[in-house]
Write a protein that binds this ligand. Sequence first.
Ligand code: TEU
Ligand code: CA
Length: 548
Amino acid sequence: MEANWWKNSVVYQIYPKSFKDTNGDGIGDLNGITQKMDYIASLGVDVVWICPVYKSPMDDNGYDISDYYTIDPVFGTNEDMDRLLVEAKKHNIKVLLDLVVNHCSDEHLWFQKAKNDPDCEEAGYFYFLDTDDGKEPNNWRSNFGGSVWSQLQDGRWYYHTFSPKQPDLNWENPKLRKEVYKIIEWWLQKGIAGFRIDAITFIKKDLSFQSKLSTEGIRYPVENFTNYSGIDVFLQEMHTEVFSKYNCMTVAEAPGVDNKSFQKYAGENGYFSMIFDFNWDNMQDEKDKSSEPAVERWKAKIFNSQLFTSKNGWSAIFLENHDQSRCINRFLESKDQNVFSASALATMYFFLCGTPFIYQGQEIGMTNAVWHSIDEMNDVRAKRMLKEAVELNTNSEKVLNYINELGRDNSRTPMQWNAGSNAGFSMGVPWLKVQANHNVINVEDEERDPLSLLTYYKKLIQLRRHAVYGKVFADGTFQKILEECSGIIAYKRAISNMEVEVIVNFTNQQKKIKIPSGICLLSNYQKMIMTDDTLLLKPYQAVIFSNT
Ligand code: TEU
Ligand code: CA
């Protein structure tokens, strides 16, 4: 395998709980992924990332791990995982697992021991503090709302960046770090191709644990616990001790890494192969997303990020994941949501510098759900945010609206395989509601339709990984073009004598441009309207031209 093989990859992200249930318990499982391997391969992707499937009490759907070496019974067995890996290999698909080592579960044996015996070795694997006044050690707010501190029965406080059932692991402790490297090695030896690495910028904290100045009680201490000074020692060590010994792909979720640190994380000799680019992940603040100023502001963010990252390292580019609402809702006004705008959106990001990621259901145009009450939801973050709102007496309706728009359950509803019962996801009662629109948005129908979004995604993937053109997308330079054309997002990728232009009309209006030179490789409309030297772009039309 070539070094940096992942520059030419397209990754498909699987949220196993919602992908395919094979035993009727209403929860997706590993055998479901194995069963759907033909489908995954039919997309043309070469890598899958599977969200956590290790043993877990599922407080955060597997992001709270109680045993790193065992598959959770809900997902299957370790043998099921072996079979999945064999089947993936047959299909030329590499598998990334999720590495969650900023924290584990409070039901992990380490924490159980630490809880019972403050002097045991494992107590040093976590952050415990005592306070004289019996109050929390400081006013830091956790990512899911509420304090980062929770109290044990014996009075000790323990630290958690996320929910109280996700105690943070103490990376200051070399023994703990060895345990982490052992886990990584064990899975790499099994033949996985690498990891998506969860919340890694949180592993180093400001150990003074000083309270933040705040008039509102608790405050999110972003500058004290993301990419905090000293983190490099841990990341470099993990790289040297394990990742550097394998030709593996590592994708870090590293919020808080700015341009100053980017190279260290995702440069040529960085700690990871790439980090996710969160710089332009929504248009949420925009009142009218279809207005040209909104598109222009978004375009500026994309270009700024691309101009920097393309010269300094490598990014994972994406529109959706299991923490975000669906991209159709996030980037498009409801009146504009259709197969043209959805395919324009897809074309826009797919040929940027970096490795494209597709989240399950994105390829068929799955949408946000409508949530009537918190009882319909599952997400621990949503529940804790609402609880906090009630406790603080703030407007809980506002929070519910926020969750409807941006809640994480939006992307976690079951995969829509067909128009039949439960969308073909399960024979039992699904753990999260199936969306009514599966009668029109589903794999089976779109596979038969040459004009569907699914068919278009397959073309995008094929082009991105094309034997000839693939090279310009993997290694070519990035340049902005047609910058003066408002509402149009356009860029050029170039290598040696090859130049490819990606041009997207991101408005619901027609636009005129000069006909690009060369041949058209792809368009999301069947017809191209040209007069003299003018190309008339229809609303949300996307075209790709190449000079050769
Ligand atoms: O998310 C970590 C995290 O910090 C996100 O909430 C992040 O702030 C956001 O995505 C930035 O836009 C990861 C997992 O992806 C998430 O599902 C888990 O709940 C969380 O870690 C805890 O493990
Ligand atoms: Ca199941």
